[in-house]
Design a protein around this ligand. Sequence first.
Ligand code: SAM
Length: 197
Amino acid sequence: MTATPRHQQLYSSHFETKVVLRRQALLDLPDPLRVLDAYHGQGEVWTEVARRLDRPVEVVGIDKAPGEDSPAVLHGDNRKVLRAIDLDRYSLIDLDAYGMPTEQLRIVADRAPHVPVMATVIQHTIGPLPRTIMRDLGIPAMPDKRTGVYVPIRWDIWWWWWVAQLGYTHRSGVRFAEGMTKWYGLITRPAPPRPAD
Ligand SMILES: C[S@@+](CC[C@H](N)C(=O)[O-])C[C@H]1O[C@@H](n2cnc3c(N)ncnc32)[C@H](O)[C@@H]1O
């Protein structure tokens, strides 16, 4: 098969890794499978996951870019949509971000803490940490005196500390270091105790 620019783009965004991780995450989840794909794009990842599944999965997408005109895609900033719709009806929430889905994860943690989150987290390996995280963790701002730009730090240590403070104590995924550090995987917390009979 000839590698077209589109194939190269999908490959460089670890398309296959994303598909395999999502398919694996669904194995433990009961029917009906309902996924909220909060960074939907063209929905290519979930189209491929659904194609490889032997049971139905309902996918509702959110994307800020105008695109697919479908009742299954909500157009708008996912932060607004995630605050507005019922999140508990979903089996899995997908945050396939280009960067760090900080605000989005906080909203999901507040509104649907027990729904597992499939996330993509991308940042320069040594790069700035979102101010929300610095503020939440009490890390003082460290601007360079000359440029006023924040001094880069190893963000991933602080990111995972912050994620744990949201209550997500479990994660399983894969990490690629390619100048940018990319992490793909599932973020969860222990299931709530079942009520006594
Ligand atoms: C990495 S792509 C997602 C690819 C997608 N999972 C797929 O299968 O094709 C990121 C998408 O997120 C969208 N996006 C970025 N920030 C957003 C936001 N705050 N709210 C909604 N969509 C956003 C972009 O428009 C882009 O389509």
